[in-house]
Design a protein around this ligand. Structure first.
Ligand code: UGA
Length: 445
């Protein structure tokens, strides 16, 4: 058991804190947002993440998980302090370290004893030393000398499966500068000792970017092939099957779609582009990833408007808004861009998402042209087409025969290839997937 403070109760901080408490550590999750902390004390999770509520409840009941908004109280006995703070894009696409550095300074004003400070957020090479410098400066101001070390321990959790990802890590990356820090960090992750990879700090910081960029690159490649398949009469799902069987390539992150989104992949690729430029390395590959991702989103919009020869006055059911299933996160969600484009083109939207509907309301001006619906069936009712943006599992169990009967015309644009098994086709829908030939397409006016 170790005494740990986690600063930041976003997706990464809260999952990390609650999971560390579950491992047996004594954890205090610290956030300056008092309202959030009050809610968390009552077990209220500020976002949707499967399994997290139960985990937090268990932690609170065990007495090993506490929530605090005072740095002074939270750091009183801590031997470890995780920094799990946002690292948004700055205006010029660099990683904005404002939140991390200000938290580091605040922690230095309150730290009482020897401490390991752990960077969980995705940060550029050199951030650990910036954090160390900030802490040293604040300690100097206090005229105290407290031993500390900063280590890099980037997070690889995925939203929507973060709790499981913590329990079943593929690797735990520790960027350290001393054997002492390595030993201390290994103690935190003792149950996963076989997954620990130790590197120098710079490699650890860069490896996190490399992992996200590699994933973005794969998706870019598949999205490019999906466009090619549509133009040349090939089938992206067949190509995916062939690629996935090659162990050198692997089968994950090969699903084409409407462009990737979320709070990490786009932001990290943008940051890498800036990092390359600063370092005198060509950023070309990252430029292309970002450009192709935008083109993929635009191509889906063109597919919809092209099908109807313009969407003015058309009613479209939008299924799924979150950037991927099992989350209510809308950050850089392709659905938001698409919805806005369709609205600007005169379409009427009936939108539904199982988790992100409330949050989505803030993104659109209130207007008769966008209706927030209670279910996928409600959204489809009276619509000219369904546009599937997020592959929520519950959409797989729908009866397309009865759905079709409620619609003006039976058309489905499947932005995630969720229905390649043919259920909508069997029910007489015109079906337009990604990277495959549209089926039963007729001209609509
Ligand atoms: C990503 C990484 O996968 C995590 O390892 C990392 O910890 C996290 O960023 C982070 O840096 O914090 P996340 O953004 O939660 O996780 O989401 P992913 O599951 O990676 O999905 C990213 C995007 O790619 C989504 O828009 C998703 O729909 C898309 N995607 C994913 C596809 O289009 N096809 C696929 O086959 C997989």
């Amino acid at each position: 058991m170790n005494k740990i403070t986690v600063i930041g109760t976003g997706y990464v901080g809260l999952v990390t804190g609650a999971s560390l408490a579950d491992l047996g550590h004594e954890v205090i999750c610290l956030d300056i947002d008092r309202e959030k902390i009050e809610g968390l004390r009552e077990g209220k999770i500020p976002f949707f993440e499967p399994g997290l509520e139960e985990l937090v409840e268990r932690g609170i009941e065990s007495g090993r998980l506490q929530f605090e908004s005072s740095y002074c109280v939270a750091l009183k006995e801590a031997a470890y302090c995780f920094l799990a703070l946002p690292t948004p894009s700055s205006e010029d696409d660099h990683c904005d370290l404002r939140f991390i550095l200000s938290a580091a300074r605040k922690l230095a004003t309150e730290m009482q004893q020897e401490m390991i400070i752990i960077n969980k957020s995705t940060v550029p090479v050199g951030t650990a030393s910036k954090v160390a410098d900030a802490i040293s400066e604040e300690l100097d101001k206090r005229y105290v000398s407290i031993p500390f070390e900063v280590v890099s321990n980037p997070e690889f959790l995925r939203e929507g499966s973060a709790v499981r990802d913590f329990k079943e890590p593929k690797r735990i990356l520790l960027g350290v500068e001393s054997e002492h820090a390595e030993k201390k960090m290994r103690a935190i992750y003792a149950p996963f000792s076989d997954k620990v990879v130790v590197t120098d700090i710079a490699s650890s910081e860069l490896a996190k970017y490399a992992a996200n960029a590699m994933l973005a690159m794969r998706l870019t490649m598949m999205n490019t092939f999906s466009g090619l398949c549509e133009k040349l009469g090939a089938d992206i799902e067949a190509i995916r099957a062939v690629l996935g069987k090659d162990p050198r390539i692997g089968s994950q992150y090969l699903k084409p779609g409407v462009g990737f989104g979320g709070s990490c992949l786009p932001k990290d690729v943008r940051a890498l582009r800036a990092i390359c430029t600063d370092a005198g390395q060509s950023p070309g590959v990252f430029d292309e990833i970002l450009k192709i991702n935008e083109e993929q989103q635009a191509a889906f919009f063109d597919k919809i408007t092209g099908f109807f020869n313009g969407v003015e006055g058309k009613t479209l059911a939008i299924w799924g808004l979150s950037f991927k299933p099992d989350t209510d996160d809308l950050r850089e969600a392709p659905s938001l861009t698409l919805c806005q484009r369709l609205l600007d083109s005169g379409a009427i939207l009936r939108v539904f998402d199982p988790a992100a509907l409330e949050k989505a309301k803030a993104f659109f001006d209130s207007s008769d042209a966008i209706v927030f619906c209670e279910s996928e069936t409600d959204a489809a009712t009276g619509s000219d087409a369904i546009v599937l943006m997020t592959e929520w599992r519950r959409f797989s169990y729908l009866d397309f025969e009865s759905l079709g009967a409620l619609m003006q015309s039976k058309v489905l644009f499947d932005g995630r290839n969720q229905f390649t098994d043919g259920a909508p086709l069997d029910a007489g829908f015109d079906y337009l997937p990604i990277g495959k030939q549209a089926k039963r397409q007729v001209a609509y006016s």
